[in-house]
Design a protein around this ligand. Structure first.
Ligand code: NAD
Ligand code: GLY
Length: 366
């Protein structure tokens, strides 16, 4: 097992560990230091619960455990479903010493974390991510929340977990498409600031797709280390953390426009990253070969790189204006200074953006 630490707070008292390894769901000693009271609510969904809930319940058997099973899907990541968690907490008379446990992918993790942030103005929670995307990204860093019909992840809070337990064995039951979606976020870390890792991904993508355990745990470790460093430096996203949103401005617009759940988050981010690369090329920061290299890497990972045909420039602009990085009506993008070095900017020519969008729209009917 590898242990990484997310270093937070001057006194370090909000710092927490990320455990990465195999057979971790059945280790009570990992969770015991982080459960302060006796009441535990495990939140999962109808797909993940049949696979892993019994194991996790057993691990928490020393506590008074209640369970909430949410419907599965990004379309249920909303305020209404969040209420199911509050109903369960209040019905069971959970107090401020309770601990919430998120067992599932990023949707369950973001919702459980947000419920923990709000319940009695904040209670403890533990992340047990079961998708690659959640293990490398959403379970770490304390961004929690739900979607609104008008914008992705628009309602939420920063609330850090007590610990993260990433058991790579859970990835064996994941659909191929979901694995690829997680790889999109893995590729992101390389592209924003680690060219050595990008080169490693180019050489080892086939191993990740074959679910080679060593390759997967290495990719999870490098990704979590990068995320932990960035979050330690800029917890509330006033600077460097925004780089983690490479591809997300375009990507969130695609997710919102196509209806939550129709494009996977990682798929939308993949297309968004290529669009960000294309715009960076038009601004003179990347070469055509650089963009081709990113395109090839995404292609190797079986990820989409074309936005839906119906999304023209005006439509993108309307949706991107609701992005959390937008300031005073100006859209901020994460673009490249060069390959392996990203930056945030709103200094771009809209004609170039129009060209990028037109170059990356799928052909009608595709
Ligand atoms: P998800 O939670 O919808 O999970 C994907 C699918 O895999 C679901 O159908 C789920 O039930 C299923 N699943 C989960 N674990 C499984 C397993 N081990 N075996 C079989 N099936 C399994 O999606 P996701 O990709 O994990 O997360 C996407 C969400 O995360 C989005 O809502 C996105 O906004 C959010 N996100 C948040 C952050 C953050 O910093 N908080 C970062 C990135 C993404
Ligand atoms: N996924 C972006 C962030 O955590 O900041």
């Amino acid at each position: 097992m590898k242990t990484l630490q997310v270093e937070l707070g001057e006194s370090g008292d909000r710092s927490y560990p990320i455990y990465i390894g195999q057979s971790l769901l059945t280790k009570p000693e990992l969770i015991e230091p982080y459960v302060i009271g006796t009441q535990v609510l495990i939140v999962s969904n109808e797909t993940v619960a049949p696979l892993y809930l019994d194991k996790v319940k057993k691990t928490f058997s020393a506590y008074d455990v209640k369970v909430v099973i949410l419907p599965d899907g990004e379309q249920y990541k909303n305020i209404d479903e969040l209420n199911t968690i509050f109903d369960a907490l209040l019905t069971a008379k959970f107090d401020r010493t309770c601990t919430l446990v998120a067992l599932g992918g990023g949707v369950v993790g973001d919702m459980t974390g947000f419920a923990a942030a709000c319940y009695q103005r904040g209670v403890n929670f533990i992340q047990i991510p079961t998708t690659l995307l959640a293990q490398v990204d959403s379970s770490v860093g304390g961004k929690t929340g739900v979607n609104h019909a008008k914008g992705k992840n628009m309602i939420g809070a920063f609330h850090q977990p007590q610990c993260v337990i990433a058991d790579c064995d859970t990835l064996n039951t994941l659909e191929d498409k979901q694995l690829s979606a997680g790889i999109a976020e893995v590729i992101k870390y390389g592209l924003i600031r680690d060219m050595d890792f990008t080169v490693w991904l180019e050489k080892n993508m086939h191993k990740l797709l074959e679910r080679d355990a060593d390759a997967l745990s290495y990719a999870i470790e490098v990704s979590c280390r990068c995320k932990a460093e960035i979050v330690a430096e800029d917890e509330k996203e006033s600077g460097v953390r925004a780089l983690l949103n490479l591809g997300h401005t375009f990507g969130h617009a695609i997710e919102t426009s196509t209806g939550y759940g129709n494009w996977l988050h990682g798929e939308a981010v993949a297309t968004g990253m290529l669009m960000a690369a294309d715009l960076s090329m038009r601004l003179g920061n990347l070469t055509e070969q650089d963009v081709e290299r990113i395109d090839n890497l995404l292609d190797m990972a079986m990820l989409p790189t074309r936005a839906p045909h119906h999304m023209d420039y005006d439509h993108f602009i309307e949706l991107m204006a609701v992005d959390k990085k937008a300031r005073a009506g100006k859209i901020n993008f994460v673009l490249f200074n060069k390959l392996g070095d990203a930056m945030v900017t709103n200094d771009f020519d809209h004609e170039l953006l129009r060209e990028t969008i037109e170059a990356h729209r799928a052909i009608d009917g595709q």
